[in-house]
Design a protein around this ligand. Structure first.
Ligand SMILES: [Fe+2]
Length: 313
């Protein structure tokens, strides 16, 4: 967590709190009217997004929504999500703000098929460029087969400041999911997400290990889904910048086992033929570097040494 160097260390207030989305001043009715998306209405509380109704049959309803910084955090943000089935016309409506109208951004689809249980995972990524620094944006996600189209998911985020400015970030790892039936998941992971929100950071560093799907090898996509829906309460409102750990290596998912991780996250490019595994980004005068930990490992690292619930082959 960053501290303003001008503070004496006793001030626990955020230096630059990113607004509580519940207190967003622009009414959703006014925003949605401006999107031109007829029939869209007010969204449910953004702090309980995982409690939204799920469709009886898999469809393109956005879930597991999370933000990452683009190349320049003051001007670019990527909104990523998944859906239980292929989305039709997945898109993001970027809300109006002073000096700029609305935009509709088509999402890029990235999919993979889990190498163990054969489930195909559909993910979507809306790249928002040419944003204004230190500016609050509201967005809506939907698709033609969004079962919540009448109340599409709505959230807000703030871009990073440009130049020298104080800001706050948070950081932790080994989050897992709150679904305790999964190996190495625990209820505290929900409280951890709430703790991040309580600080209202500009962004969060999500250090690997992430969800420990590899320790539940026959249901890896389901563990990722619980992880993403738990994180969404914060990650839909501020970037959560991940770093892969050894438990992001999964059996039969790509030559290095990172296919799930790499499909689900869109990250600043590292200029190599191995994008996404490591990267950097700059906020103000601070450079953040995310390094891949899976070079030489001696712990229970997925394809190298099976975990407690690993397949027997
Ligand atoms: Fe760990």
């Amino acid at each position: 967590m960053a501290r303003d160097p001008k503070n004496d260390g006793n001030d626990e207030k955020p230096n630059r709190p990113v607004e509580n989305p519940l207190a967003f001043p622009v009414s959703r009715r006014r925003f949605l009217t401006g999107t031109g998306a007829a029939g869209l209405a007010a969204a449910a509380s953004p702090l309980v997004p995982s409690g939204r109704a799920h469709a009886a049959t898999p469809d393109g309803t956005p879930e597991q929504i999370h933000l990452t910084w683009g190349r320049d955090p003051s001007r670019s943000v990527i909104v990523s999500w998944a859906s239980a089935a292929q989305a039709v016309n997945p898109r993001l409506h970027l809300g109006p703000h002073p000096g700029c109208g609305e935009r509709i951004v088509r999402a890029l689809q990235k999919t993979y098929t889990d190498g163990l249980n054969g489930q195909t995972v559909f993910t979507y990524h809306a790249h928002l460029e040419d944003l204004s620094p230190d500016t609050l944006y509201q967005y809506v996600l939907t698709a033609d087969n969004d079962s919540n189209a009448a109340q599409p998911f709505t959230a807000s985020f703030r871009t990073a400041p440009a130049g020298r400015a104080p800001f706050r970030w948070t950081s932790f790892g080994d989050l897992a999911t709150p679904v305790t039936s999964w190996v190495l998941s625990y209820g505290q992971s929900a409280f951890a997400v709430q703790a991040v929100e309580s600080f209202k950071p500009l962004f969060h560093l999500l250090n690997g290990d992430l969800c420990y799907a590899n320790l539940n090898p026959h249901v890896q996509p389901a563990v990722w889904a619980d992880f993403g829906n738990n994180n969404q309460a914060s990650a839909a409102f501020r970037p959560w910048m991940p770093c892969p750990g050894n438990h992001e290596v999964e059996f039969n998912n790509g030559p290095q086992g990172f296919t799930s991780y790499l499909t689900r996250y869109s990250l600043p490019h590292n200029g190599t033929e191995f994008p996404g595994r490591w990267y950097s980004f700059r906020v103000g005068t601070a450079l953040f570097i995310s390094l891949q930990a899976d070079d030489v490992i001696y712990q229970d690292g997925a394809a190298f040494v099976g975990g407690p619930a690993a397949p027997s082959w």
